[in-house]
Design a binder for this molecule. Structure first.
Ligand code: PBG
Length: 328
């Protein structure tokens, strides 16, 4: 039998397969999200996210230290305040929860990359990502200065990058303007440019206490039927001054990651969200799949789609998979 093509030739040994690997993942491209809550000496389980924790600011260095041992050097901080109000004013307090964590981490670990989520949903009593009109709708333009103040206070407390996740129109420009006015020109913006109204955020909302009291986020987050709209959102954020563009979630949106990576002129990040983490954990706990292999395979998929950066709750496990030779 004479076959002209024998693709199996290159799959014969582990060494050959590694030689021709098209996607190689580096731990430098990984970001680990962390939850900081008000209080002292606290490390508690994150509801719905088996194996993850919420830390008080005095204990957040433990989380960073452990992840650094695994090879992770970039962190995305989320805050859970003690008090919420209609405007979410704890978000921009100089000694707010994220600002406290930033100051602690910045002095302890001058070399790590600290990124902060800029949004109001964890801080508002109604759980929406902006202020509400009398009619109960999120008011885009009234929200912009609050987001800009939040980003500014985080930048002043030591953030390298601020990451707006609210999906208000014009927020990247509003944030860039305030940062520049205050001389914070070196602080970058990693915008959640393409963020869908996803059912995969539920475990996060349980952990961060940010589930909307009424309604949903569909009039500000994107409709998941749409791809062309993703290019539009990415282009807008790029034009407004975003330094890194993020697509979120990752797993059900790899076509979108590929589209943005092909058309944008900025590094592209993908966020493998809480529901993706919980899904793999639950399937593995039920004996349905091998967790380590599934983590490596899904991480490879995101990079294969074209992402430059992956934000994942599995970042330390992905770093371990790289060391094992499964991804690197
Ligand atoms: C909003 C925000 C959310 C996530 C990150 N930033 C939740 C939401 O939009 O409701 C979700 C992250 C995840 O599910 O892991 N501040």
């Amino acid at each position: 039998m004479t076959l002209s093509e024998r693709p199996r030739r290159l799959r014969q040994t582990p060494a050959l397969r590694r030689l021709v690997r098209e996607t190689r993942v580096s731990r430098d491209a990984l970001v680990l999200p962390l939850f900081v809550r008000e209080g002292v000496s606290i490390r508690e389980n994150a509801p719905g996210l088996a194996g993850l924790y919420r830390y008080s600011p005095d204990r957040i260095p433990e989380a960073v230290e452990t992840a650094m041992t695994a090879g992770i050097n970039a962190f995305l901080l989320f805050g859970i305040p003690a008090h919420k109000d209609r405007e979410g004013s704890e978000a921009w307090r100089e000694d707010g929860i994220v600002q406290q964590a930033l100051k602690t981490l910045r002095s302890r670990f001058p070399e790590v990359i600290l990124i902060t989520d800029v949004c109001l949903c964890e801080y508002t009593s109604h759980g929406h990502c902006g202020v509400l009109t009398e009619a109960g709708l999120v008011d885009n333009d009234q929200t912009l200065p609050l987001l800009a103040m939040t980003a500014r206070s985080q930048a002043e407390a030591g953030a390298d990058l601020v990451a707006p996740s609210d999906m208000m129109d014009g927020r990247v420009a509003a944030i860039r303007q305030v940062l520049d006015q205050k001389g914070l020109t070196q602080v970058g913006i990693m915008s959640y440019a393409v963020k869908y109204a996803s059912s995969f955020y539920r475990p996060f909302r349980d952990t961060a206490g940010s589930r909307p009291a009424q309604g949903d986020r569909r009039n500000y987050q994107m409709d998941w039927h749409n791809r062309r709209e993703a290019s539009r959102e990415a282009a807008l954020d790029q034009a407004e001054g975003a330094d890194i563009l993020m697509v979120k979630p990752a797993l059900a949106y790899l076509d979108v990651v590929a589209e943005v990576a092909a058309t944008a002129n900025r590094p592209v990040a993908a966020y493998s969200v809480s529901g993706e983490y919980a899904m793999l954990q639950a399937a593995a706990a039920a004996g349905l799949l091998d967790l380590e292999e599934a983590i490596a395979e899904t991480a490879a998929g995101v990079f294969r789609a074209g992402a430059d950066i992956l934000v994942s709750y599995f970042a330390p496990e992905i770093a371990t998979a790289i060391k094992r030779g499964d991804l690197g």
